[in-house]
Every structure is written in C-alpha cells, then in structure tokens.
Write a protein that binds this ligand. Sequence first.
Ligand SMILES: Nc1ncnc2c1ncn2[C@@H]1O[C@H](COP(=O)(O)OP(=O)(O)OP(=O)(O)O)[C@@H](O)[C@H]1O
Length: 248
Amino acid sequence: MFLKKVTLKREEVKDPREYPFHIPAIKSFSQMDFNRKVTFFVGENGSGKSTLLEAIADQCGFNPAGGGRNNTYNLHASESALGPYLRLSWMPKVTNGFFLRAESFYQFATHLDELDQDDLEGLTYQSYGGKSLHEQSHGESFLSLFANRFQQKAIYLLDEPEAALSPQRQLALLKIMHDLEKQGNCQFIIATHSPILLGYPDADILSFDEGKIQSVAYEMTDHYQITSYFLQHRERMLEQLFAEEDEE
Ligand SMILES: Nc1ncnc2c1ncn2[C@@H]1O[C@H](COP(=O)(O)OP(=O)(O)OP(=O)(O)O)[C@@H](O)[C@H]1O
C-alpha cells in the first residue's frame, strides 16, 4: 500500500457553496484513511465519487483526463477543481500508476495513436496489447490495458472500469487485481456500480450516500441488495416498479 491518507485543506476553500464543495459528501469530508490494498467508492449517481477520484489522480500527477504521469494531452474541462485542495500522505510514495476514466478512454486511445506516429521503435502499444486500442473492442481494450499495462509498485485509480466489461470480463479484472496483489505491492481505488467488482475480498467499501463518506459492508450496499433481490424476485419487483409508474 502506498497512499495512506487524503486530507482536504478546508482552510483554503474560498467559497463552500461552489462546485465541488457543495456536494454533500464533499461538504462533510475532512480526511480519508486507506487501510486496504483495494478501496471502492460507491454511491448514487452524482454523489461525488468521480470528483474525489479525479482529484486524487490529479494530485498523483496523472492526467485528470485519464492516463499515467507521462500522458500529457488536453481534454476539454479535464482539470480537477478539487485536486489543488487535497493533501496526499504516502508511505512510501509511488509515481507509477494509471487513472482510468471510462468516459474519456476513447480520447486516451487517440492520444496513444498520436504517440505511435512519432515512435520509430514501435514501442507505444507494447503495454496495451500490441496494437492500437482503437482496433480493439471497448471491453477488449480495457482488458488489454489491465492485463499489459498494470504492473507492480503502482497505484491504480479506476473510474467505473465495468463500463465496457461483460460479467465474464469483470471476473477477469478481479483475477488480474488478485494476481497483482499476490505478486507484490499494488493499490487500487475504484469507483464502481458493479456488484461483481465490489465482491473483491478484503476490500474497503466507502459509501458516498447520505451526505457523508463512510465504510459499508458489501452485503449492505444497494448494489448487492438490489441486484440480489432482482435476481431472486424479478417478476414481483418489476410488477411493483411498473405499477408505481402507472400511478404517477
Ligand atoms: N465540472 C463540474 N462543474 C459543476 N458541477 C459538476 C462538475 N462535474 C460534476 N459536477 C456535479 O457534481 C456532482 C458529483 O458528480 P460526480 O461526477 O463526482 O458524481 P459520481 O458520484 O461520480 O456520479 P456517477 O455515479 O454518475 O458517475 C454532480 O451533481 C455533478 O453534476
């Protein structure tokens, strides 16, 4: 484990009513301790998970649009508004790693293609499955990244990595994470809505719901409870859901 603590420098916040400080979970946030190699951020849409993850990525020196430390490319509105207000405590500090942002992965793939054009030795795609990410399906390109680019002594910040992955490939990601963890030292912080990914053993799950960031057990997450109930009582649940819609 490398990143031990994230602290918000609240004394430097000028206007607490502005984004991102008005987001309920960020409003009450002062510090977050990392005790496990794998930490998940969960919570409703808009609860602030990406905002905090992107800010951590920014302070790790990764491009907030997605990538590692050497991936400098510009993307509209990719600066982190929260990043400059965070203090990261390391033990020890690592500079290796990657920020995966599902929503801007296409632009990251284009950035690699541009690097490849100037690369006479043809090494650009070495860490990405040997060919342009644009020549792989969305899910294949994610898996190529995880399987080839992810190595030891690194911190990986993943924002909804399940976005392109089939359930089978989500299991493949769990296996990659497990192998990396077993072989050596790696830290993951993952914002996710996937009940499969959340099932990773011995992870810390932090919920951004109810206006604060707090630990929650896997079985207590909405992701687990709603999915589990849906799978066991699909017809009853849909009946209730559609009846509610009719009443509106
Ligand atoms: N650049 C921005 N300027 C102003 N508000 C923003 C900006 N980016 C996000 N927000 C708002 O901040 C809130 C938190 O957004 P964020 O993307 O962190 O949520 P999230 O928990 O990651 O959601 P999701 O699960 O949908 O990805 C949302 O209400 C969003 O509309």
